[in-house]
Design a protein around this ligand. Sequence first.
Ligand code: HEM
Length: 264
Amino acid sequence: MNEFLNQLAFGWYPYFAVTVLVVGSILRFDKDQYSWRSQSSQFLRRKQLSLGSNLFHMGVIVLFVGHLVGLLTPINVVDGLGIGHGFKQLAALVVGGIAGIAALVGATLLLHRRLTDPRIRQSSSFGDIAVLVLIWVQLVMGVGTTYWTMQHLDGTEMVRFMGWASGIVRFDPGAPALLADVAIIYKLHIVLGLTLFVITPFTRLVHIWSAPIWFLLRPGYQIVRSLSPVKRPHYSLTKGPAGAPAPSFGGSAVTRAHSESGGT
Ligand code: HEM
């Protein structure tokens, strides 16, 4: 690959992509919060959505964490922990491969649903379809890389990718040269991955920032409703008995009177 193009794609484009992602998302949040959503089409057609969406999201979340940890962990930390390069490469291949196939099957179902259901097609913008097509192509290329990865299971290529990613984070001008000789499929995969960063603030992909991860940490509670026909006249599950503190379910407790007066 031409030296200038290599510098452009793997030296400058990553900074451009991350800048557009961060600044663009902040500006969209500031200017147009009502458009900040995933634009679910579940009410138009539930069929195919649950399976497709679950497979896709579970696969992509594993890939996201895998890419983040796999590419950005400094190599001396990996060595310090005594993790062999061959082992790490194999683990990335197996875990990433399974997650990639799950995400690809899910994305195929979602794409099929979006293109063939007339109501969903009608309510989809160009951006909705383009995002899904680009992610699908990205997954095909990602899964495709596993063929090349299997040619060097000793982890040598993986070390290059790690060196490039950490070099970009450290503003090391030597980083792009590390990718000059890798197979074209990796290059296309990385450029398209960065392009997904670029389009995120302008599409439904912004909902990535709003992933409800705090659900995992919220205090657990269980609502139990009695099947017995006997009514408990003075108790409401949501409001609690009149005059007494409402059930708190792990949050702070307030009296019903206090709550109904608007907290004044
Ligand atoms: C800037 C963003 C991205 C970069 C730099 C990147 C980089 C890479 C690299 C270097 C590999 C090969 C790993 C190896 O064999 O050692 C890979 C594999 C893969 N990528 Fe990406 N990728 C990016 C975004 C994405 C996205 C957005 C997806 C999915 C939507 C994805 C899906 C995959 C899959 C399925 C594989 C194969 C399994 C694996 O090795 O994990 N990648 N990626």
